[in-house]
Design a protein around this ligand. Structure first.
Ligand code: ADP
Ligand code: GLC
Length: 473
């Protein structure tokens, strides 16, 4: 087997705040089938330490940004791990990114510089038995790794979300062990600050992002979040590789969380169970659902405005999510206003997300931007028709039920643009119209369930890229 080190701040099922964790957790098995032994380096947060089988210490530092640190081998859930054990950085309660005040931990730059530093060391030195041929970093938390590595080992950076830059005050650059020569517009400087993401985008040999459309969008001012110029400059090194999902964990026929089914007709039981669990009254319209972080990216404020269109057609909404306090409150109020038609669960609950997606007729994803998105893929797999904004990975994974797609029998969902409350309102009406034509709706569900949403094709793309960057020049 060939060897690759994956470096990230999250990895399912050990620690997760979003889709990044799913992807980092799924890639090792998918790449093993392509002949690559992928091991994952991540911080030894308390919940990770509690969940793994620890192995030997393979690397130590007396002073890892303010305290001792080491790299410990570990295994869990079929994953081969290298954990950065540095109690002064990672041994704390609460969110992995935020303190109790819901703000970033003030030492986030050091915390993830430590991850990147030890990843670079492991990539160069190996652990005595295993040495990667290349290192693959994810998002800003791994951004300094390619810079620290200084081309001693080939690197790939994947952008899962360009909204997060990993900024640090300029005067911390020496403390972060960054070379003075790189503190300029062509290097890791971003408007007078240190940007970990920019460092990665500048120094990695190749860049990827999680869908072909997002790869295009990143090159525009509208989506590039200030880094579009750099991305355009590096366009020749950039590739969009679509995320897949774990088709075993998300398999409606074998899902332990629900009354299983393998065709849309079989959704009846899961649908009824969901209505009962959520205390919803039967209606004649569709049950739509949302499973999401509640942040402005996800466009759920637009859905607050558009929802009356669904309710007027006797539809129902089930929402599971957590995030911004204002959005949480607004959704709680929406539930209070329509207790028999709208069910809102604030929180994070994996099993509940399966029951909701299985029991609903449609899943709504009105994101303002969406690098890939995973829940529309769950929707496809479960015959739960995705209704999505036409952006990023949502554009690449759903086939809109336009007249020609309906005539040729290939539609799998609904898409809308511009991404406004008005257009979402119209699209919810379109959903209700389709739902009123059961045979047609069934056909869309059937098409959806047949889509290849697993990892095979994309894992082959990553394997081809790895082979390319490791090939002798
Ligand atoms: P993002 O990474 O931007 O949050 P994705 O669609 O890529 O968006 O991934 C989100 C992941 O997190 C999915 O696996 C989704 O099911 C899960 N998720 C989000 N919110 C919740 C929640 N409240 N409860 C359970 N799972 C959730
Ligand atoms: C990010 C994006 C999401 C993507 C996920 C995994 O969190 O917001 O669209 O699916 O990363 O790549």
């Amino acid at each position: 087997m060939r060897a690759v080190l994956s470096v990230a701040s999250e990895c399912a099922p050990l620690v997760k705040t979003g889709g990044l964790a799913d992807v980092v957790g799924a890639l090792p098995a998918a790449l093993a089938r392509q002949g690559w032994d992928m091991r994952v380096m991540l911080p030894a947060y308390p919940q990770v330490r509690a969940a793994v089988e620890p192995g030997p210490t393979v690397m130590e530092e007396d002073d890892l940004f303010g305290g001792p640190g080491r790299v410990v081998r570990a295994t869990a859930a079929g994953l081969q791990l290298y954990l950065v054990d540095a109690p002064h950085l990672f041994e704390r309660e609460g969110s992995i990114y935020l303190g109790a005040d819901r703000r970033d931990w003030p030492d986030n730059p050091e915390r993830f510089a430590a991850l990147s530093w030890l990843a670079a060391r492991l990539a160069r030195e190996g652990d005595g038995e295993w040495r990667p041929e290349l290192a693959h970093g994810h998002d800003w938390q791994a951004g300094l790794m390619p810079l620290y590595l200084a081309r001693h080992v080939p690197t790939i950076m994947t952008v899962h979300n360009i909204a997060f830059h990993g900024l640090a005050p300029a005067d911390r650059r020496h403390w972060l062990r960054l070379p003075e020569a790189g503190f300029n517009a062509d290097g890791y400087e971003y408007w007078g600050q240190v940007s970990a993401l920019k460092a990665g985008l500048v120094h990695a040999d190749r860049l990827t992002t999680v869908s072909p459309t997002y790869a295009e969008e990143l090159q525009t001012p509208e989506f590039g979040m200030g880094l579009d110029g750099l991305i355009r400059h590096r366009a020749g090194a950039l590739q969009g590789i679509l995320n897949g999902i774990d088709t075993e964990a998300w398999n409606p026929a074998m899902d332990p969380a629900i009354a299983g089914y393998d065709a849309p007709e079989g959704k009846v039981a899961a649908r009824r169970d969901l209505m009962i669990e959520m205390g919803l009254e039967e209606g004649t319209g569709p049950i739509a659902c949302v499973v999401s972080r509640l942040t402005s990216q996800k466009g759920l404020d637009l859905l607050l405005e558009a929802l009356p269109a669904l309710l007027e057609r006797d539809g129902r909404l089930v929402l599971l999510g957590s995030g911004d306090a204002e959005l949480e409150d607004a959704w709680r109020r929406m539930e209070e206003a329509h207790p028999t038609r709208v069910a809102v669960r604030i929180g994070y609950d994996e099993a509940l997300s399966h029951r909701i997606i299985a029991g609903s007729d449609a899943i709504l994803i009105p994101s303002r931007f969406e690098p890939c998105g995973l829940t529309q893929l769950y929707g496809l797999r479960y015959g739960t028709v995705p209704v999505v904004a036409l952006t990023g990975g949502l554009a690449d994974t759903v086939i809109d039920a336009n007249p020609m797609a309906l005539r040729s029998g290939v539609a799998t969902g609904l898409q809308f643009r511009p991404i406004t409350a008005l257009k979402l309102t119209n699209t919810l009406c379109r959903l209700c119209d389709l739902f009123d034509r059961p045979e047609l709706f069934r056909e869309i569900q059937n098409n959806a369930m047949r889509q290849p949403v697993g990892w095979d094709a994309s894992a082959a793309d990553y394997a081809a890229l790895y082979a390319e960057v490791t090939a002798a020049p």
